[in-house]
Every structure is written in C-alpha cells, then in structure tokens.
Design a protein around this ligand. Structure first.
Ligand code: SAM
Length: 259
C-alpha cells in the first residue's frame, strides 16, 4: 500500500500555485498535440469509439494543463470518428474524464475551473497511481503528462549521512553513480507496478499516452540546458548548506532530485 506523500503541488491560484507555475509543462502538451493526434488516429481501434468513451489523466494536479491534455485526446478521438464514419461525434458519443491524483491534491480548484463549454462529464479519482485506482477495463485512453518520472518513495539510504548512498552531491555533474543506481532500481520497481495496474484498468485495445522529458541514450543530464540550471541551483544550495549546516536544505534538495 503506497502512503500519501508529505509533499503535494501547491493548490489554489496564488502566485506560487501549480496553476501559475506550470507553463513549462503546458508547453509540452502544446508541442505534442500533433503526435498525440497521429498516435490515436493510427492505434485506436474504431470499434472502441462507441456511445461512452472514457479518458483518464493520472497525476492531473489542480489544472489547468490537465484540461489541455484531455481536450487534445477528445479532439483526436472525435476527428478519427468523424473521418472514418462520416458521422457527427456529438450525436453519438458521450465522453467522461477521470481525474486522478493524490487525495490531498486540490481537487476543489480543479473542479471549480473546469473549462466552460466542455463536452465531457468529470469525476475525481483520488489515490496513488502506484496502486489500482479504478475497476478493471474502465477507461479507453489514459494519459500521464509530466507524472511518469515520479518514484513512489526516496530510495533507502539517500537521506542518511552515514550511508554510502547519501545524496550529498547537489549537482548533476559528478552525481554519485550509487545514488543514480538506487533511483533507477526504485524506478524500475515502480514502473512495473504502475504499468501492471493500468493494464488491468485499461479496456483491451485502449491506449496509454506517456508524456515527459527524456534524455537520448548517452546524453548526460549535466550536458543539457536543464542540467546546467540544476547545477547552478545545486551549487547555490550547497553553499547555503555549508553556511547554515541545516539539514532542511539537504531534505529540500532530495525532494527536488526525486521529482
Ligand atoms: C508535475 S505534476 C503534472 C501535472 C499535470 N499532469 C501537468 O501536465 O501539468 C505531477 C503530478 O503528479 C502527481 N503525482 C505524483 N505521484 C503520484 C502518485 N503516486 N499518484 C497520483 N498522483 C501522483 C502529483 O501530485 C502532481 O500533481
């Protein structure tokens, strides 16, 4: 059983909220719209598009990117249906969207800011996506956008100063290989659990769309623009930690490197 984390995306609509601080993630959704449309057009069986079509977003946060993700999917399904049947999807298909995140996620903001004029019914699905959160065969297309990289926990030893796995380096450059391996091992375990759970919940022939940032094989994080920024932040945190000898800084850094 996965426990609820002691961190959560900041809800509401204030200056530090996820809603106001997620334009980077939103750019991914805009950049991949065409690819998503093509993937759905090529891989979704027309027989699955019937009177009731269910879309699920795992790790939806409190908005607004989730609305873009699910709308992109609905647009693609409708386009395929219109093209291949010659019929108007609005006459025949009812869409439902299942929004999943931790129970502490700000679902109030999510539901209060649902796009006006949307053509789907909505429901919240609280719980960790590292477990079953839906009945068997209950959705046709699932999406995870900037959520597939999460692990279920910080690997053992990472925050223990006496462990060889202690993550004391605050930069991508010079990252301790044992730390990297610990995260990789945890990620392998978590990914299997996550995909097994979705395989049961997905309607046979349905699709899972996994969106996020990746590195090509052989490219180090420290060689990318994002890695360079992380290194600067790491160096600043490192200096701060040396000055204040405050464990909180280490804890904070470990949260950043997990996410
Ligand atoms: C970076 S946000 C992405 C939100 C949104 N999908 C987007 O594209 O902007 C990652 C979301 O995944 C959620 N998340 C992380 N681990 C999770 C888990 N085990 N179960 C459910 N949600 C999880 C977080 O709470 C957070 O809301």
């Amino acid at each position: 059983m996965t426990t609820t984390p002691d961190w959560i995306m900041i809800g509401g609509d204030g200056p530090e909220s996820y809603n106001q601080q997620s334009s980077y993630q939103r750019a991914l959704l805009e950049a991949t719209k065409d690819k998503m449309t093509k993937a759905i057009s090529a891989n979704l069986d027309l027989d699955l598009i019937s009177n009731r079509f269910i879309v699920a977003d795992f790790g939806c946060a409190s908005g607004p990117n989730t609305f873009v993700a699910v709308q992109n999917i609905i647009d693609a399904v409708e386009e395929k249906y219109r093209r291949e049947t010659g019929q108007n999807p609005a006459d025949n298909i009812e869409f439902q969207v299942l929004f999943n995140d931790f129970s502490l996620n700000d679902f109030n903001t999510l539901f209060q800011t649902l796009p006006p004029g949307r053509r789907y019914f909505s429901a919240g699905v609280p719980g960790s996506f590292f477990e079953r959160v839906l009945p068997k065969e209950s959705f046709h297309i699932g999406v995870m956008s900037y959520a597939f990289h999460f692990t279920s926990k910080i690997p053992k030893g990472i925050m223990d100063r006496d462990s060889p796995l202690w993550n004391k380096d605050m930069q991508c450059t010079g990252f301790n290989p044992a730390v990297k391996k610990a995260y990789l091992d945890q990620y392998s375990i978590d990914t299997k659990i996550l995909l097994d759970a979705r395989a049961e919940e997905l309607v046979p022939g349905g699709l899972m769309l996994l969106l996020g940032s990746c590195l090509r094989d052989g490219v180090k994080m420290s060689e990318t623009p994002k890695g360079t920024v992380m290194d600067f932040i790491g160096e600043s945190l490192s200096d701060l930690a040396k000055q204040v000898h405050n464990l909180i800084v280490i804890v904070l850094y470990n949260c950043i490197s997990t996410n």
